[in-house]
Design a protein. Structure first.
Length: 386
């Protein structure tokens, strides 16, 4: 079996879908000896994957580049083509959306899979861009159940095309012994008696990270021994929102209670998460398993507080394996943080009850589901050809 993956980005280009593609392909190759190649953008510092052929052939993802892609695909002659969408590199170009149609004409009989990482919450124009994918791809992979439900509702006659395969964590878990964890905390300036609360992921203005600062201020006012670590790149000299956050911390007199990590390597991110006692993850539209910044601390066994908007994703239950609050609700967040600090048994219950969720987010399981799907599609095409 020969698989050709198409992705506009790979590490070290900054893009979550590129990171996902890299981790998926690494695990696919680890699990089998089938040939795997990736077609991607011409860019410096693209991270290699052992045993995987990475072809940097696209300057810009415009219709003028379609010929280069199709020629490379004909040359490689794969058994299946898998497109990752969207990525930062595609920008506003429509070529990638019509690529399945062009491939169907050029390589007859080759199954095409497209993973769509954003459908329900996409901009209205970007929702329209999905239509060529939906009609010309043989399978559409969604990463959460609510995305599949959304597309089935809009394209009921095509329901059999849609399949859910969950995301894996973008941060590998590096286990820490109790002694190593204590040393990590001391290195961060956190004493044994202090509770360390973490937030992992990009600090974007739409997330309203400042809510955590206001809630933290209330906890400190109650006399609780607590610190906050922000596991994220941090550049107040260049990022206006980061500068605003820094000014707010000064205004609230929280400098002694906040740790800004800045950019961290994967192993260090894992250590920071494992060194924390509680995680707070904020999403303006509510938590979703599309968010790898939620999956990563979940995989580390961290008791989590997060935002809700409507019903929670399947598998999450408020006060059973997560605590929730509504976006912008400082009182709700402060209350949840206080409760987890004052009741260690509740922290342990949340950790224990998340274990049932972890298997579906392991890269081993994610890759197995992909390989099973690939096998079904390839065998189906061969049976049809007989």
């Amino acid at each position: 079996m020969k698989i050709c993956m198409i992705s506009g980005t790979l590490p070290d280009l900054p893009c979550g879908v590129g990171d996902y593609t890299y981790l998926l392909c690494s695990e696919l190759k680890r699990q089998n000896n089938h040939e795997l190649i990736i077609l991607t953008t011409k860019a410096p510092n693209i991270k290699a994957i052992e045993g995987v052929g990475i072809r940097q052939i696209v300057n810009e993802w415009k219709f003028s580049s379609a010929k280069v892609l199709l020629e490379e695909l004909k040359k490689e002659n794969p058994d299946l083509i898998h497109i990752q969408y969207p990525t930062q590199a595609y920008k506003a170009g429509l070529m990638i959306n019509f690529l399945p149609m062009l491939i169907k004409r050029a390589l007859k009989g080759v199954p095409i899979v497209a993973t769509v990482h954003d459908a329900k919450t996409a901009h209205p124009f970007n929702k329209l861009r999905l239509i060529p994918f939906i009609f010309f791809a043989d399978k559409i992979i969604l990463t959460v159940t609510e995305e599949k439900e959304y597309l089935v509702k809009r394209f009921p006659s095509l329901w059999s095309k849609f399949e859910v395969i969950h995301l894996g964590s973008n941060i590998k878990v590096y286990e820490l012994s109790n002694n190593d964890r204590r040393n990590e905390r001391l290195g961060l300036g956190v004493r044994d008696e202090e509770i360390l609360i973490s937030h992992f992921g990009y600090m974007l203005q739409k997330k309203k990270i400042e809510i955590i600062f206001h809630a933290l201020k209330r906890l400190i006012g109650k006399g609780l021994k607590v610190k906050l670590i922000l596991i994220s790149s941090f550049n107040p000299e260049r990022d206006k929102y980061h500068a605003k956050l820094k000014d707010l911390v000064n205004k609230l007199n929280l400098n002694d209670y906040i740790i800004w990590t800045g950019y961290r390597a994967e192993r260090d991110v894992s250590k920071d998460i494992s060194s924390s006692d509680i995680g707070v993850q904020i999403y303006p539209d509510g938590v979703s398993f599309r968010r790898t910044s939620f999956i990563a601390p979940l995989m580390h066994g961290l008791p989590l507080i997060t935002t809700k908007s409507g019903k929670l994703p399947e598998g999450l239950k408020d006060r059973e394996n997560v605590l929730t609050f509504y976006p912008d609700d400082i009182n709700g967040l402060a209350s949840a943080m206080t409760e987890l600090i004052e009741f260690p048994d509740l922290r342990e219950r949340l950790k224990k009850n998340t274990k049932a969720l972890l298997k579906q987010f392991s890269w081993e399981n994610v890759a197995k589901e992909h390989l099973a799907l690939y096998g079904r599609l390839i065998m189906g095409k061969r049976d049809n050809a007989i």
